[in-house]
Structures are given as C-alpha cells and as structure tokens.
Design a protein around this ligand. Structure first.
Ligand code: GLY
Length: 385
C-alpha cells in the first residue's frame, strides 16, 4: 500500500502509536493471563475465567482473538518479544474452544486470524498453522451450497430459525478462508469465500451503498427471504459497525482475489459512509438513529477508519478523498480515549448494539482496530487479515 502522509500527520500517528504501546506495556502485565473482551471500570474482564456460560461465551467468545492480535501487532512494531509470549499463551488457551466445537460459529475468522494465523505468519510455528487450518475447515463447513456461510448456530430459547441467516460481519471472517486457500493451494477455500462475498454483494449492499446487517435466505434454495435490523436501529437502517465490516471486508476480498467488483463494492459503501460522517468524528451506532439518545460506537469509527485508509492506498488519485475523514475519526478517538496507564481499556464510547444496554463502554476489539489504524499510518502494520 502506497500512502504518502504529510510530516505532521505522520508525526501524530507515530506519537499516538507509541503512546498506545507505552500503556500496553502496563496493561499486558495485568492481563497476561486473561482473555479480555472489555475493560469494566478500567479492569479487563476474562472470558477464560471458567465461569459457567452459554456455549458460545467463555472460551468460545467471538472476540477472543483480538487480545492476541493486539499483542502480535505490538511485538511486530516494537521488536519486544514479551508480547509474542503472552499472545502464544492466549492462543494455546483457545485450543479448548476448538475442542468444544459446539460453541463456535462463523466468527472463527475473528478468533483465529489475529491469534494463531498471526503467530504462524510471524514465526512459522507448526501448531499455529494447524490451529488456523482447523478453524478454516470449521468455517468452510458452515457453507451452505445454496450460496452463503451460515452465521450463528441455533439460538437457545429462541423461536428464530437461523439456518438461513448470514450477516455482514462475516465479510471479516472469510479472510480466514482466503488465507487457508493461499496456504494449502486448495481452491475450495477461496471458492467458498468468493461465493459468499458475491451473495453479500447481491443481497446486502443496497442501491445507495448502505449495507444490511442480517439477511435470511431459504436454506434449501438460497432465495432471499427477508432482512433484519440486527444490532442496528431498525430494519432498513444502517448499523455503523456493519457499514465498517462491509467496507473493510470488501477491501480484504479485493486484496486477496484482485477482483475489481469487490473494490468497487468497498468504494460504494465508502461513498455512503462519507456522506453520513459527522464533521467532528463522533460515530453513532446507526446512521439512521434519532438524534437522542446520542448512542455512539467508537469501534465502528476505528473499523471504518481502517477501511478508508486502505482505500486511500488502493484507489489511484483518491487519497485526498478517503484519508482526511479517516484522520478526523482517529483524532476524535485519540482525544476521547482513556490514556490512563492504570486502566486497561482505551476506547470509551463503544456500544454492543443500539437496543441493548451496553453503551459508552470499552471493547478490546475496538482498541485493536484503533491500534491497527495507527499502524497502517506509520507503515508498521502486521498484515493479519
Ligand atoms: N460481529 C459482531 C459485532 O460487531 O458486534
């Protein structure tokens, strides 16, 4: 990726990345044996604490790869090997998730790309490769030949029939299949990934460039049945994190395949996002939400910033279109982040979803994408996706 930053922007990005790492040196000591999903009152929780949970919580929780991903990125950027040692410990704990199998669903991409596959890419470790391929086989096994990857398993206690459900977030899981295809030279993986991406292109991306969160297909025929608002405000609205998964996800499909239809899709979603960004960089949970309550989502801001920075480097002559809004988002995150080294999280204004109760909270995967965006700017990113 060719990005030419002005000296002032580069200086800010470098200082902010170093500030992130300086705090991480303290956080990693406190959280070395945890699998953090978020910081609660400044203290990382631990998804591996053994507490009784639903099958897809605990060790199978979908964000459990991001702590390792943050550590591998920091190890790569700083040359400090302690980061990799903690990341490897996290990765080994996730073996139990692979063994349990029943709690895993399509988010094995989010779980194993930033942990095991990152390890393999950096160190060539044979066990890390095996874990990555195991996860890729599980993701490939969720493919319905009617044309999509099934998102979730049956939801306990729910009437919903999720056999036909696919969600936009999966655009960020399929890079695991691209990696497995590249690693094994077996085209099955890539074919499944592109078939799914083409289905998303047809049925999730609306004419105005916004994307749906959940689409239900007939699991026998693959015919479109209906869509759902999912974690956004309402059916037909535009959940901002979903716009980010679509934008950055199609960028990844383009980078792995070279198919220009995916780059065009990312640009189309990008145009929609740019038209709806707030000039001050504050990110709502949904671009269609009412003015009040002012629910926000820093994770969406970080993911969208990553996607826009990628587009700035990929689309000739468009850096001036995509880079400035990404910088507005990142400066806002910098200004509102928690830089107190005594507290474990960074981003403070994340939301799980619009209608849930978790607003103005921290999430580790948001912290991860914030850091990844900074490293894209400094040219120190470890390519994980
Ligand atoms: N993948 C679910 C989320 O972004 O919350």
């Amino acid at each position: 990726m060719e990005l030419h930053l002005d000296p002032q922007t580069l200086d800010w990005a470098q200082r902010t990345a170093r500030r992130f790492e300086h705090k991480l040196q303290a956080v990693r000591l406190r959280s070395a044996e945890k699998l953090p999903a978020r910081a609660i009152d400044g203290v990382h929780d631990d998804k591996g604490d053994g507490a009784p949970r639903n099958p897809d919580d605990g060790l199978c929780w979908w964000t459990n790869g991001f702590w390792a991903g943050m550590l591998w990125q920091a190890g790569h950027a700083t040359g400090d090997r302690t980061y990799g040692q903690i990341a490897r410990y996290t990765e080994r704990r996730l073996d139990q998730a692979l063994q349990s199998y029943l709690g895993l669903h399509h988010d094995v991409g989010f779980m194993f790309l930033p942990s095991a596959v990152a390890d393999y890419r950096l160190t060539g470790d044979a066990d890390a490769r095996r874990r990555g391929l195991h996860a890729a086989i599980l993701l490939a096994g969720r493919f319905n030949p009617a044309g999509y990857i099934r998102a979730w398993n049956d939801i306990p206690g729910s009437e919903s029939d999720t056999r036909g459900w696919a969600i936009i977030d999966c655009m960020f899981n399929i890079p695991l299949l691209y990696w497995a295809g590249e690693e094994t030279r077996d085209p099955r993986f890539t074919r499944i990934a592109t078939t799914h991406a083409d289905t998303v292109l047809r049925h999730f991306v609306r004419p105005d460039g916004s994307v749906r969160h959940i689409v239900e297909f007939d699991p026998e025929t693959g015919a479109f049945v209906r869509d759902y608002g999912g974690q956004g405000y309402a059916r037909g609205s535009s959940w901002t994190r979903g716009q980010g998964w679509g934008l950055y996800g199609f960028v990844m499909s383009y980078k792995h395949t070279g198919a220009v239809r995916y780059l065009a899709a990312a640009q189309k979603i990008g145009e929609y996002v740019l038209a709806h960004l707030s000039p001050d960089g504050r990110m709502p949970v949904d671009f269609c939400q009412p003015a009040q309550p002012d629910y926000r989502d820093d994770i969406a801001a970080a993911v969208i910033a990553c996607g826009l920075i990628e587009l700035a480097g990929l689309v000739p002559g468009k850096a001036g279109v995509y880079l400035p809004p990404a910088l507005v988002l990142l400066h806002h995150l910098d200004e509102t982040a928690c830089w107190d080294e005594g507290q474990d999280g960074y981003l403070c204004n994340c939301s799980a979803d619009y209608h849930g109760t978790l607003h103005n909270v921290n999430y580790t995967y948001g912290d991860y994408y914030f850091y990844e965006a900074l490293l894209k700017l400094t040219g120190q990113e470890l390519y994980l996706w």
